[in-house]
Design a protein around this ligand. Structure first.
Ligand code: PGA
Length: 262
């Protein structure tokens, strides 16, 4: 049975003081909770500080993006090795804001996935269609293209270390999450594609998270879908109480008790 995963994506929010306080709030709010894996992705400026706050807890730090090179003349970029050095274990790759605002292509996403895996990071690969693409009936075609570009050159062993997130672009930051049925359909298709690219046992183990306006009230029904293995949370991850409520919904929806950590 897959352990659910809930990831907070703080985007370009928080000063150092705010980041430490938010990480402490989540860490303390999740104390004693099991049956769910939790990752916090602060901005790069706070990654080291948040890693320190989380040290010794079950919560991990993650980054929001990485470059594909190990080092070099790439002004403003951060390498996977530098992310590991700052204490992170996960990196979000191919977020729709990176694709739309920063011109990231499917090819770049594939390079980033390869580099993250080579550095020992878990790449959390984001895919999702725009509202226009959904209206045109192209949802499956778009997410298929994105996931294949991200993973097709990787071995089954490497794909087994990756996580996916289905994030419909029209649902991000809009207060309008996908319905559980909409998410379930795409997640099931994504799992089939992972099985084609790797093996069915890799696909069965792969966490496929939902993202896009996840809130404490929308999370339980989405997490109750068999192929929805948790969530990638933006706006609601900036308030510790809301985020912790979403985290708690994941093991409950999966029938995991959330017993105390010893
Ligand atoms: P949101 O963002 O929860 O604010 O919609 C999700 C994301 O972009 O990962």
């Amino acid at each position: 049975m897959r352990e659910p995963v809930v990831v907070g994506n703080w985007k370009m929010h928080t000063t150092l003081v705010e980041a430490r306080a938010l990480a402490e709030g989540v860490r303390d709010g999740c104390r004693g909770l099991t049956g769910v894996r939790v990752v916090l992705c602060p901005p790069f400026t706070a990654l080291g500080a948040v890693s320190q706050v989380l040290a010794g807890s079950a919560i991990q730090a993650g980054a929001q993006d990485c470059h594909w090179a190990t080092q070099g003349a790439y002004t403003g970029a951060v390498s996977p090795a530098q992310i590991v050095d700052a204490g992170a274990r996960t990196v979000i790759v191919g977020h729709s804001e990176r694709r739309a605002i920063f011109g990231e292509t499917d090819e770049m996403v594939g390079q980033k996935v390869a580099a993250a895996l080579a550095a020992g990071l878990v790449p959390l690969v984001c895919v999702g269609e725009t509202g226009a693409e959904r209206a045109a009936g192209r949802t499956n075609a778009v997410v298929e293209r994105q996931v294949r570009a991200a993973l097709q050159d990787r071995s089954a062993e490497e794909i087994g270390r990756a996580w996916l997130a289905y994030e419909p672009v029209w649902a991000i930051g809009t207060w309008q999450a996908a319905t559980p049925a909409q998410a379930a359909e795409v997640h099931a298709r994504l799992r089939e594609i992972v099985a084609e690219l790797a093996t069915s046992s890799v696909a069965q183990r792969c966490p496929i998270l939902y993202g896009g306006s996840l809130k404490p009230d929308s999370a339980p029904a989405l997490f109750a879908e068999a192929d929805v293995d948790g969530g990638l949370v933006g706006g609601a991850s900036l308030k510790a109480v809301d985020f912790v409520e979403i985290v708690r919904a994941a093991p409950s929806a999966k029938g995991r008790t959330g017993s105390p950590i010893h």
